[in-house]
Design a protein around this ligand. Structure first.
Ligand SMILES: NC(=O)c1ccc[n+]([C@@H]2O[C@H](COP(=O)([O-])OP(=O)(O)OC[C@H]3O[C@@H](n4cnc5c(N)ncnc54)[C@H](O)[C@@H]3O)[C@@H](O)[C@H]2O)c1
Length: 434
């Protein structure tokens, strides 16, 4: 077994992957039964996390636990808009249940973000919300946005709250897994043979690039026509920082990193490729490749299994991680982590606020629940609790429960609340034997 394969077999995942149940993406162990949790949680945690985050998390929690003698954490809840309040409620119930079973004390504080914050305070990200987030161990966000605010001026759009939150907490790295679960392989719109065993991690730069570059705005050209413009800019240090997360993530997965850019057209991408190539020399155990973003968009659909870890800039990552997530059949299943160099990170589902189904008990709460599991694993170093939540989710799927977005013939269609109840029951029954 190569060292990269050995490392992958031993570990890691962000949120729900088949590895969380002691199996490896495309290996024969893929369909291992959920009650077999193998590796030591501490080991799982320390092996996976990019170094920047390991240091932060380790110090913070060690201090808290040493001082108080108990595992006690402050979590900021940001329900946001649309289906947000419905799904975050389910995730909080799950956290409370696992907390009571594993002797972990959570204190939750809710704060406003997005459209709800605009309505209440006139700002998509009130200063108080940032303060509460900064004072907590971690942030669990649901989703923001909705039709009501679609025509607001840009500074009063819910998305501003999200971008401001990530920037305000310096969350520069976004980790988005796209794993095709065996239970849901037929939920993908692609053929079974294309998607079966897909297990990709997209590492997206989150606080730079075209979404934040200056100058930006509206102007007029020489013909007097209105123009709109943005600036795509990355500094060497920004590229190096995210590239290292990419390399370190790949080291703990399949040992393959694909850096995605548009270096045939953009100067910013030429610098990106130069730096990533240079840094690659420090990671001889990682097989580095480069791909233009347009090709990457095609290859993700044509042959997604070629990818292990992808690292890319903000706008390319935004688009490609959504595309990768659709390989799995539903964005209602996918969690994500936004990680800072220090301080609390933001854990949230990949999907938006789904205003079309808000308030109807139709939303799939599993991505939110799995985001809570990621939070436990990466922010709080509570890998056992995370493993147990992930196993309870898989058990719900194994038992045939499905929300509308992942429904298929012969399965049991349930709503948001019922899906939450089933996960809670699985937790109560301790489907994971340790
Ligand atoms: N991180 C975020 O908060 C985030 C991300 C993307 C979009 N948005 C915002 O969300 C709003 C809606 O955007 P959109 O429609 O492009 O994306 P969306 O992800 O909200 O919805 C896309 C489709 O997926 C479905 N869907 C999403 N989550 C689901 C779930 N948990 N269960 C079942 N079905 C689910 C929706 O019903 C919809 O049909 C917009 O205002 C957008 O700006 C927010």
């Amino acid at each position: 077994m190569s060292s990269a394969v050995a490392a992958r077999a031993a570990v890691p995942h962000t949120g729900l992957t088949t590895r969380s149940i002691g199996a490896v993406g495309s290996s024969p162990a893929f369909s291992a039964p959920i009650h077999k949790v193998a590796a030591s949680p501490q080991n799982l945690h320390s092996k996976f996390l990019p170094k920047v985050q390991q240091v932060t998390v380790g110090k913070q929690n060690a201090a808290r636990i040493a001082m108080s003698g108990e595992r006690s954490y402050k979590i900021t809840l940001l329900p946001g808009d649309g289906i947000g309040p419905e799904i975050i409620k389910v995730a909080v119930d799950v956290l409370k249940e696992i907390g009571s079973q594993e002797d972990i004390k959570f204190s939750f504080e809710e704060a406003l973000v997005g459209g709800a914050a605009i309505d209440e305070t006139g700002s998509p990200l009130p200063e108080k919300t940032l303060e509460i987030c900064r004072g907590s161990d971690s942030v669990l966000l649901a989703a923001i946005g909705g039709y009501k605010w679609d025509n607001n001026p840009s500074h009063l759009r819910p998305e501003r709250g999200l971008l401001g939150l990530r920037a305000g907490l310096n969350c520069f790295a976004n980790l988005r897994p796209a794993t095709v679960l065996p239970q849901l392989v037929d939920a993908s719109s692609l053929k079974r043979e294309i998607v079966e065993g897909v297990d990709i991690m997209v590492v997206r730069e989150l606080t730079g690039g075209i979404y934040f570059g200056n100058p930006k705005g509206f102007g007029k050209n020489e013909k007097g026509e209105r123009t709109g413009f943005n600036t795509m800019i990355y500094s060497e240090s920004e590229i190096d920082r995210i590239a290292r997360v990419g390399f370190e993530t790949a080291q703990k997965r399949g040992g393959k990193l694909c850096s995605v850019d548009k270096a045939n057209v953009l100067e910013v991408s030429q610098l990106w490729r130069e730096r990533v190539t240079e840094l690659g020399k420090e990671y001889p155990d990682v097989e580095l490749s480069h791909m233009y973003v347009d090709n990457a968009a095609m290859q993700l659909i044509r042959a997604p299994k070629q990818f292990d870890t992808i690292v890319t800039g903000n706008i390319f990552g935004d688009i490609l991680s959504d595309e990768a997530s659709m390989l799995t059949g539903s964005i209602g299943m996918l969690p994500s982590a936004s990680i800072p160099e220090s301080g609390p990170g933001v854990y949230e589902p990949v999907h938006g606020s789904a205003p079309d189904i808000a308030g109807q008990d139709k939303a799939n709460p599993l991505a939110q629940i799995l985001s809570a599991a990621m939070l436990l694993r990466y922010a709080l170093n509570e890998a056992t609790a995370a493993d147990r939540i992930e196993a309870a989710v898989l058990a719900a799927l194994d038992a045939g429960y499905r929300t509308g977005d992942i429904m298929s013939a012969g399965m049991n269609l349930v709503g948001t609340k019922k899906m939450g109840e089933v996960v809670l029951q699985n937790l109560a029954q301790k489907v994971v034997s340790r």
